[in-house]
Design a protein around this ligand. Structure first.
Ligand code: FAD
Ligand code: AMP
Length: 475
């Protein structure tokens, strides 16, 4: 029998679970179907983000950063620490506890919001119906609804020439689960995930080499930010080789030989483990029946308009499986906007105001456009910059690295982009995103009082610097 709901949500990652909660808040009778299970086979809501993405990676980044600080930064404070050792099993169990707590929290929120939660594999059929299949592919249940929200997320891309063996050659999920610190670690891809996971194991003692096919480091970021970040990463011991296209991996008596091409020359490197971090692809395989009517592109992304509508009326799609950056908060905001549209509201989302963060040390964060992108579009801009080394707080914290850069329209002074590298810039980003949402000018930020001594003074001074009136540097 087919059970009817107002809304069916497929996927309980940050796109799906947030959409389901917002639907329920708006009075819509909602069912959410998700296939993710924990090691015991039980449902584990929260998608990639909570289970194998944002949260476990940040847990390990934090543990490894504490370890690194004890070994490398405490001495400057006069603290002597000897024989410091990392208990990897303890670090991993802390991470697992955090994941369990948060995924369990989503289950409680579903219950409190009276959302029906179903574990299984969803398949979208014609006529706005969704079947639920078990692991053997057998039909277990079927649901119908006027509106369907698809939020199936994404999975790691596998290189056909370097298949995962899930022991020595792993994806990001495997890299979050190492039970010991690898001696020599090779990483393919210097994107967000490669840099974050490379930082974790480098801080814990691995010799890390990151091989990146492109010649430019972090091409998506502001070029000054990328240059400063790379300088700091190299100082920390990350060996980043650009223009290095990995073609092949072979087992040797002593490890794994990675063969790559650099400047047209074949080169090789021996490592103990390899993390393949070459990007993610939409998890749409098996999601859509042949007659569902929902269109996908050649890469498998679900095609949507600016409002997240698919090719079928009343079927919507959000998150990693649609165009735009693969970021948890982008998925969630699309989920909220779609729920509000289904309930008859407007559903606001400004794709120009999606913040990006890379949780390395120093952190990297930005919102809006880069100076280079704006100039390429012919927009006349003015910029302001302020180094953390000139703020008392960063010095007191012994973290005087990086800077804040602001880009504003030369005529109107409207803020068009903010780019940062430095301590806790993920947290400093919030006020800049808000300023961009409110279409603030750089002067609005320059005339806002910032507490002293805080890191946020670098944001204030960068805004002042747009009009060459920063106080604590020579303009
Ligand atoms: P997902 O979180 O992937 O959730 C989709 C869910 O749908 C999954 O549970 C999946 O099992 C389920 N599903 C798929 N198909 C079906 C089906 N047919 N039937 C039933 N269920 C199905 N982003 C950030 O913003 N900040 C970070 O710090 C960050 N760190 C990351 C670190 C790592 C290591 C990784 C891998 C990713 C990270 N991301 C981060 C990206 C972030 O995890 C994703 O952008 C986000 O999870 C996408 O949310 P989503 O809801 O679209 O999909
Ligand atoms: P992202 O898409 O941000 O996760 O980054 C993935 C990175 O992996 C990109 O910068 C790609 O250029 C890089 N990449 C993809 N394939 C290879 C390869 N075979 N060798 C080295 N780098 C690669």
């Amino acid at each position: 029998m087919t059970e009817s709901f107002d809304v069916i949500v497929v996927g309980a990652g940050p796109g799906g679970y947030v959409a389901a909660i917002r639907c329920a808040q708006l009075g819509l009778n909602t069912v959410c179907i998700d296939g993710q299970a924990n090691a015991d086979g039980q449902a584990s809501l929260g998608g990639t983000c909570l289970n194998v993405g944002c949260i476990p990676s940040k847990a390990l980044l934090d543990s490894s950063e504490q370890f690194h600080k004890v070994n490398h930064q405490f001495a400057a404070h006069g603290i002597q620490a000897e024989n410091v050792r990392m208990d990897v099993a303890k670090m991993q169990s802390r991470k697992e506890k955090i994941v369990k707590g948060l995924t369990g929290g989503i289950a409680q929120l579903f219950k409190a919001n009276r959302i029906t939660s179903i574990q299984g594999h969803a398949r979208v059929m014609s006529g706005n119906t969704v079947q639920v299949l078990n692991d053997e592919g057998q039909l277990v249940q079927a649901f119908a609804a006027r509106d369907i929200i698809l939020a199936p997320g994404s999975v790691p891309i596998e290189l056909s020439s370097i298949p995962y063996d899930y022991e020595h050659i792993v994806d990001s999920t495997g890299a979050l689960e190492f039970d010991h610190v690898p001696g020599r670690l090779g990483i393919i891809g210097a994107g967000v995930i490669g840099l974050e996971l490379g930082s974790v194991w480098n801080r814990l003692g691995s010799e890390v080499v990151i091989l990146e096919a492109l010649d430019e480091f972090l091409a998506v970021a502001d070029h000054q930010v990328a240059r400063e970040a790379k300088r700091q990463f190299v100082k920390q011991g990350l060996d980043i080789r650009l223009g290095a296209m990995v073609n092949q991996v072979d087992s040797t008596a002593t490890g794994l030989k990675m063969t790559y091409t650099r400047k047209d020359q074949p080169q090789s490197l021996e490592v103990d483990k390899i993390i393949v971090a070459v990007g993610r692809k939409p998890a749409t395989e098996g999601l859509l029946s042949a007659d569902s009517g929902v269109s996908t592109d050649a890469m498998g992304f679900i095609e949507v308009d600016d409002q997240c509508r698919t090719s079928v009326p009343h079927i919507w799609a959000v998150g990693d499986a649609v165009r735009g950056p693969m970021l948890a908060h982008k998925s969630s905001e699309e989920g909220v906007a779609v729920a509000e549209r289904i309930a008859g509201g407007v559903g606001h989302i400004d794709f120009n105001c999606v913040p990006w963060v890379i949780y390395t040390s120093p952190e990297i964060a930005w919102v809006g456009q880069t100076e280079k992108e704006l100039k390429a579009r012919g927009v006349a801009v003015k910029t302001g910059q302020f180094p953390f080394a000139a703020t008392g707080r960063a010095k007191a914290m012994e973290e005087p690295h990086g800077f804040v850069k602001m880009v504003a329209d030369r005529q109107t002074d409207q803020l068009l982009g903010v780019h940062m590298v430095g301590p806790h810039v993920s947290e400093l980003m919030g006020e800049c995103v808000l300023a961009m949402e409110y279409q603030a000018s750089s002067e609005d930020l320059a005339r806002t009082i910032h507490a002293h001594p805080t890191l946020s003074e670098a944001v204030h001074e960068a805004a002042l610097s747009v009009d060459k009136r920063a106080v604590h540097k020579v303009n």
